[in-house]
Design a protein around this ligand. Structure first.
Ligand SMILES: [Zn+2]
Ligand SMILES: [Zn+2]
Length: 322
């Protein structure tokens, strides 16, 4: 990782945090209006969907197919979450699935973690944000994201990441200015709430999937990693917190596999399919899921069991090898 990349990532962590502090000051002065809330919600949902439906389920795992304009629009929206450029993100995440919780996983809380409380906290910090300063963007895109590299438009979106990140911050300010009839205070408030605070929350919810969802929570499949399902993160993460289900069936478009496992990203893919904007949607055969379930949570081995044949097939479909 170059010094520039490292410094950029440090800035990407610290500046939204400073925005949260500024937001506290605004709250103190009652500077949170309906316009700020509406812009925050719109920016949170569109950029988080860019990550969950776009970067993750469509581009990394090919959980469904769609028209090229929608594919590129999702890649642009995901870039505006400021979690790195699209090809780097996909390469890092495919590497995570390839080595899940073993040597080579860019953000496992378990690899190299020392015993005891201190080791546990160090592991969780590495999985949450520490990896951004050492491992982020280091997976070989030629090896892990050759399909995206072969697409000139995707390469252009990848190169445009710095401009898209800037646009993601300036757009809320512009909208706040325009929709308030030209108020500079409204522009500043929108910049802080729908820009910085929104990025802070999208970041930490996404990173919680890497830290919390490989540490706390429940398991029910015999997977070779230590992923977990975390119900209280399901809604803010738009369904990504059913992360153990996802490691068991990486290509499934739906991470919530039971009716009560709320999965808004899955609902969006279902809606896109209903109006003809998504097809070849990958679904888990319920019989196959049931066959892989282990009777009780406690029966699951703490360490990685033998690799499942279905998982090997899914890795091959992903185009990555261990
Ligand atoms: Zn994982
Ligand atoms: Zn994944």
């Amino acid at each position: 990782m170059t010094r520039l990349e490292r410094n950029a990532n440090i800035a990407a962590v610290i500046i939204p945090f400073a925005g949260v502090i500024a937001a506290g000051v605004l709250l103190w002065h009652h500077l949170l209006g309906p316009l700020d809330i509406a812009l925050f919600a719109a920016m949170y949902l569109t950029t988080a969907i860019g990550i969950t439906v776009g970067f993750h389920r469509l581009l990394t795992h090919r959980a469904f197919e769609t028209h090229r304009p929608l594919r590129y629009a999702l890649a642009v929206l995901g870039s505006m979450a400021i979690e790195g450029s699209v090809i780097d993100w996909v390469a890092d995440h495919r590497k995570h699935h390839t080595f899940a919780d073993e040597e080579g996983d860019p953000h496992s809380p378990h690899v190299h973690s020392a015993p005891g409380l201190k080791g546990m906290l160090q592991g969780l910090w590495h999985a949450h944000a520490g990896w951004l300063f050492s491992e982020h963007g280091q997976a070989s895109s030629r090896r892990y994201a050759a399909d995206l590299l072969a697409d000139p438009t995707m390469r252009r979106i990848n190169r445009s990441f710095p401009a898209l990140a800037l646009a993601s911050l300036l757009l809320p300010a512009l909208l706040g200015f325009a929709l308030s009839g030209g108020s500079a205070t409204a522009a500043l408030a929108a910049f802080i709430w729908a820009g910085l605070v929104r990025i802070f929350l999208v970041h930490h919810i996404t990173w919680s999937i890497n830290s919390v969802c490989h540490f706390f929570g429940r398991r029910r499949f015999d997977t070779r990693d230590r992923s977990t399902n975390v119900f209280w993160l399901a809604l803010p993460s738009l369904g990504e917190a059913w992360h153990h289900n996802h490691h068991a069936f990486p290509r499934s478009a739906f991470h919530g596999l039971r009716w009560y496992e709320l999965d808004p990203s899955g609902w969006i893919i279902r809606a896109l399919a209903a109006i003809g904007l998504a097809w070849d949607v990958v679904r888990v055969d319920p019989a196959r899921a049931a066959a892989r379930e282990v009777a009780r949570n406690d029966d699951l081995p703490a360490e990685a069991p033998a690799q499942d044949a279905g998982e090997a097939a899914e890795r091959e479909l992903l185009g990555v090898s261990a």
